[in-house]
Each structure stands twice: as C-alpha cells, then as structure tokens.
Write a protein that binds this ligand. Structure first.
Ligand code: IVH
Length: 667
C-alpha cells in the first residue's frame, strides 16, 4: 500500500475504533459487533507495524496493555487535588448551607454520587491524552498513564483538539470484583477486600496488562480550569466534558435548590445504592455557580463550596458462635468473635476483633447472640451490638480467661490499662507471631513464608527465632521430604529468603516488631536515621524531636535499641548479611530542602501540614515538632504558635507562606 493511502486508512481506522469504543464504553450503546471491532483493530495493528512512522501513543491499539514501567514517576499537580470534608447527617448539611448563605450566596447545588474508587487527573494536549496521574498527597501524584490507557471509557483522543485537564474517579464495577474473587477463591489466593482497594491495587501495577485485565471504568466529575473555556457553572462543566467524549454520570447528577431537594436525592440514592453496578459510599454536594465557588474559596485542606455526605456503614445480622482468644507478638491477648459467615459490603466476614475484655463487657455480648456487623472504615469488620430482643435465654455469658491459651501462664493486666498480657517472653504464640510478622508482606515480604508455613516451621523446630529463617537452607532436605513442600517450592522459598537480605532498612525495622511502630512510621524513621547504626546510637531526644513521634513511641524506640538481647539480634542479622541501610526510593533533591530540619507552625492556605511534611521528607528534608538549635528552618503560616517566637529568639531562618509556596510550586 502507498504511504499516503496507508496514512489515510490508519486515520480512518483510528476514528472508527475510537467511535466504536465510545459507543460501547461511554454510551453503553454498541453500533458494531465485537468481530467487526477486532477485524478493524487487527488491520490497524498490521498497518502500524508496516508503517511505524505513523505510530501514535494514543492509537486505539495502545489500549490492550503490555507496557511495563520500572517505577512510578512523580507528577506535581498544577492545581492541588483536594478531597472533601465528610458529613454524616442532614444537620451537618444544613450547617454547610447556612455557612454558604452567610457569605451572601444564594446557592443552587449539584448533587452527585460519590463513587468509591480513586481519583485521577487526565491531561490532554491538542485532544490527545498525554498523561494521567493519581491524587497522591494532593500536591504530588504518580504517573499512571500506561495503566489508564487500558481503561476503555477514558478517551485517548477527544472530540475536539483542545488542551485540557479533567478529574474524576477510577473504579472497579462490582461484577468485576466478584468475578476476580471467584477466580481467586478457586486458586486459593487471598480475596480482594473491596472495590476501592482493588481499583487502587490495579492502577498501581507496573505491568499494564494486569490493569487491562481488571476492567476498570471511570466517571469524570471535575474541571479544574473552567474559566479557560468560558464556563459559568459546574453543570455546564459536566456537560462540556461529556461533549468532549468523557464518561460523565449524567443520569445520576442533579441540579437542586434547597435542603429538601438534597434530602430527596439522598433518600433516592440510599435506596438505589445496592442495585447500582458500581459502589457509591455517599453523595457529593457542590455549589453550582463557579463565581460563587470562587467567592467561597478554600480552607487549607478543602474547598468551602462542596461536601461529601457519607452513607452510614451497611449493617448485617449474624450469630456470634464463640469468642476465642489469640496472643499477639507483644503478648497481648485479644478476644475474637467467631461468626456465622456473612457477606458485608462484598466480602465474607467470619471473624471480628473484640479488642479486650472491657469492650466485650461494654457491648454486653453473649455467646449465641444475634449480632449486627459492619465494616468500620469499610474494611475491618466490627461487631456493632447484640440484638437483645432476639435472646432465647440459651446464650452463654462471656468469661475472660485468666491464663494464656497457649503457654498457660497467668495473664497480667497493668494498672489503668485495658489489655491483658501473657508475660512469658518464651511463650510460643508470641514467638511465632513475631516470626509471622517479620516475614509478612509489609515487613521483609518473604514470598512463600505465609502465616501457616511459618507456624509449621516453628512447630517443627526449624525456625525458633528470626535468624533461623536465614539458616533454613540447612534444613533443605527435611523441607523437601515434608509433605506439601516440593523440590521447586523449597528452592523458591530459599531464594526468596536470600533476596530479602537486600531489602531496604524500613522493612527490617518494621519487621522487628517494635511496639507502636507501623510500616509508615518505620519509613519515616529510616529516612531520618539512614542506617541501623543511626538507631543504635540515637538518644531519646533524637526520637522525640521527630514530628509524628510522641513520647511513648520515642521511649519504645529508645528502650528497644538499648536492650542487650535486641542489640545481639541486630548484630547477628548483620553477620548474616542483611542490609542495614535505607536504600531510598530515588530520593529527590532540592538545595533548599534536602538535609534540612524543618518545623511547621500555623495554617497554610495552599496545603496542610501533613502533606507539606511528607513532601519535605520526600526531598530528603526532615520535620520535627519542636524548635531547637538544630532546627534549620521554621515554616510559618497564619496564626503561628509559640514556635514562631522561639525561632526568632534562636535566630532560626523563617520562611513565610509565600516563600514555601514558591519553592513547592517550582519543585
Ligand atoms: S469532587 C474539589 N465528585 O471523593 C473537588 N469527588 O473526599 C474534588 N469522589 O478525592 C472532588 N465521587 O476521589 C468529587 N462526584 C464526585 C466524587 C468525588 C467520588 C471522591 C474523590 C475525592 C473524594 C472526596
């Protein structure tokens, strides 16, 4: 075929396929058959292969997935991606309305469904998708273009060749989650917990083939720069985005006036919620007039012109069959509810933590009760209350245990604390829990050393303490001979153990299981101390000075690194060859930030303290909560506290809002 002719046909095919895609995935109204679509797609693929000079990043052939990236690039949002303040009842909505009216605005609102997914920002140049980013901390997100291209409802080419940014939600339809979980259940893989985590997990894949398989979808609901297009209301912005080819939730969105109409919308959506093909977790209420939005402005965290009404968590009934006790790695005893399995918000619940004796007594739970269950924070199942009117008299009173269910030693309860502890440091339950924790995904992430296998290895006597994990190769023959551990899986396991030696320090630090140190705190700490020796040499104040570390955590850390047994353990791990340094995540550098110690005080209008703190840390700075001679810079917002006076007193460099904003804007 002639070049000119090929180019023309390529353009024609792209336009046919884009339209077909739009009809199918945005309008839900296909005009051609799947076979026809595939035929055109194959023809286009062949032509693009033959005439690579006409290749395009936004060709419909790029939707199939297969692009693999080696890491997520950071992307700074030109306009911060804010979230919304949550409200939980109509009174709070009335208060929101009153605040707005007090500003002299007579509002019309747009009510929308609050889609349960993750927000995305899409950027187009001359009508072509150039990149897509996650929200991240609101200031900086991650480039997820390779995965977003596989989402069929995201147009790769718009209906007009304009430059534009739009924002919306990426979500996983309920049916897709069900299908994936059915498959995973058959393959004995852990189930995906809910649509939001499933969508977020899919979008955070380096290999876009996985995202493509997950059949994600979008609703677009926000235009950050409406004035560039002469748009006056949010409703017009929605219509405009729809005309450009985006999937806008037209049938769900509604312009309303007055609280009564908002209430009606909420009532309707509460009833319809379960029959929608996607999850919604609430309603978003936005002031329609963009001029009024501008007048109302923003707080440091949220727009003042919108709120999210969150639905009350779904509650279901089941029977409390038993209460069993587990021993954690610190010796803490937890009572757990054993429930008749029920589905709550898409996943099966069989167990729920009951925290401690007081909690069970406060809820007045009896074994045999009918209880209501909900998902707290939509993920962790929680027993809400017993249905006392359903009692038959056969229910059995709860009795707190007095001895450790594993080693039998007498439990202790410290004064004014609620938890019971097994104090026997040699208690097998404590030891095996500590080992399970060390190998777990967020800690050393040793593939093949899941909870049950670690427990087996512990019971068999092969692994009694952490260093034994790294000596498992001595037991290779035993392992191969054990039922269930094939030759190949033993090799894989030993390789995974060997690989874990190279982990960055935050994994080891978290894996050591220091009381109160979660994975995020571990990361924050290693960014500051850089190496294990940094921790071993630190004084109490070095811990306490860190923003986010309170006196209890500081004491835990100090005690841990001054305990002789722990020091011996760390020395042994060093000898084994486990990495003892923070390897960084391609840490970014900025002359004014890297290596400096910051203290933040007062309110900043363009961001909140947590986000700014994270940003400074990601550039190799550190933050602490109090000003000392070691502080390099104090960042001062509106209504600063005494830290400002202290900074002046100690003659420490002070940056005002304008200064920090100009630095952040140019990162
Ligand atoms: S508007 C400045 N509209 O809910 C306005 N958000 O807590 C930004 N969300 O981060 C958001 N459905 O991820 C908006 N119809 C909708 C939404 C929606 C879901 C999410 C979004 C946002 C969070 C707000």
């Amino acid at each position: 075929m002639e070049k000119i002719e090929a180019q023309k046909r390529i353009e024609e095919l792209r336009s046919i396929l884009n339209q077909a895609n739009y009809d199918y995935y945005v309008l839900d109204n296909p005009q051609i058959t799947d076979q026809e679509f595939d035929k055109y797609l194959r023809e286009l693929e062949n032509l693009e292969r033959e005439f690579p000079e006409f290749d395009s990043d936004t060709s419909p052939t790029k939707r199939v997935g297969g692009e693999v990236i080696d890491r997520f690039k950071k992307v700074k949002h030109q306009i911060p991606m804010l979230s919304l303040p949550d409200v939980f009842d109509i009174t709070e909505i009335e208060e929101f309305n009153t605040r707005i009216e007090k500003e002299g605005v007579k509002p019309t609102y747009v009510c929308e469904e609050k889609i349960d997914g993750l927000s995305v920002s899409l950027h187009y140049e001359k009508g072509h998708l150039i990149f897509a980013a996650t929200r991240g901390d609101g200031i900086t997100g991650e480039d997820i273009t390779h995965n977003v291209k596989t989402i069929k409802s995201v147009p790769l080419t718009l209906k007009e060749p304009i430059d534009i940014e739009v924002r919306g939600e990426i979500y996983m339809p309920k049916k897709v989650l069900e299908e994936i979980n059915q498959k995973r259940a058959k393959e004995n893989q852990p189930l995906l917990q809910n649509v939001r985590n499933a969508a977020a997990g899919s979008i955070r894949q380096l290999d876009s083939k996985i995202a493509a398989e997950r059949k994600l979808d979008t609703w677009i609901y926000h235009l950050p720069n409406p004035e560039d297009y002469g748009i006056k209301t949010h409703k017009e912005a929605l219509d405009f985005m729809e005309r450009l080819g985006f999937k806008v939730n037209k049938n769900a969105n509604r312009v309303v006036t007055g609280i009564k109409e908002i209430e009606e919308y909420i009532k309707e959506k509460t009833e319809k919620r379960s029959s929608l093909p996607y999850e919604i977790d609430g309603i978003v209420i936005k002031v329609n007039s963009l001029e009024s939005q501008k007048q109302l402005g923003f707080t440091s965290k949220y727009p003042k012109w919108a709120i999210a009404y969150k639905f009350p968590a779904e509650e279901v009934l089941t029977t409390l069959r038993d209460i069993v006790f587990t021993v954690g790695r610190t010796g803490r005893i937890t009572p757990n509810a054993v429930l008749d399995p029920v589905i709550v918000m898409g996943s099966t619940v069989k167990r729920a933590t009951l925290h401690n004796e007081d909690y069970v007594l406060m809820k007045d739970l009896k074994i045999g009760d009918i209880v209501s269950i909900r998902k707290a924070g939509d993920v962790i199942p929680e027993v809400v209350e017993p249905k006392k009117d359903r009692r038959t008299g056969k229910e059995v009173d709860f009795q707190m245990i007095t001895n450790c269910p594993i080693c039998g030693s007498i439990l202790e309860k410290k004064k004014e604390q609620v938890d019971h502890y097994c104090m026997n440091t040699a208690c097998p339950a404590r030891k095996s829990e500590a080992l399970i924790h060390f190998c777990s995904r967020k800690a050393m992430n040793i593939d093949g050393l899941g909870d049950e296998i670690v427990e087996d290895l512990f019971n068999l006597g092969f692994v009694k303490k952490i260093p034994d994990i790294y000596r498992l190769s001595d037991h290779k023959q035993d392992l191969i001979e054990l039922e269930g551990y094939g030759n190949k899986s033993v090799d894989n396991l030993l390789n995974a153990i060997e690989d874990s030696k190279g982990n960055s320090l935050e994994r080891l630090l978290f894996g050591l299981g220091i009381s109160g140190i979660g994975d995020k705190t571990a990361l924050l700490l290693v960014k500051k101390f850089k190496s294990m020796d940094g921790f071993l040499n630190a004084q109490y104040e070095d811990f306490e000075n860190i923003y986010d570390i309170g006196p209890i955590l500081a004491q835990n850390l100090y005690d841990y690194f001054h305990d002789l047994e722990n020091i011996a353990l760390i020395e042994e791990l060093k000898r084994i060859g486990i990495n003892m340094n923070y390897l960084g995540e391609n840490e970014r550098h900025h002359d004014l930030i890297s290596g400096k110690r910051f203290v933040l005080t007062g309110t900043l209008s363009f961001t909140d303290r947590d986000s700014l703190s994270n940003l400074l840390i990601s550039y190799g700075g550190s933050t602490s909560s109090s000003v000392s001679k070691k502080t390099d810079v104090v960042i001062v917002g509106e209504n600063p506290g005494s830290k400002y006076d202290k900074a002046k007193e100690l003659n420490i460099e002070i940056w005002d809002e304008e200064k920090i904003k100009s630095i952040v804007d140019n990162l």
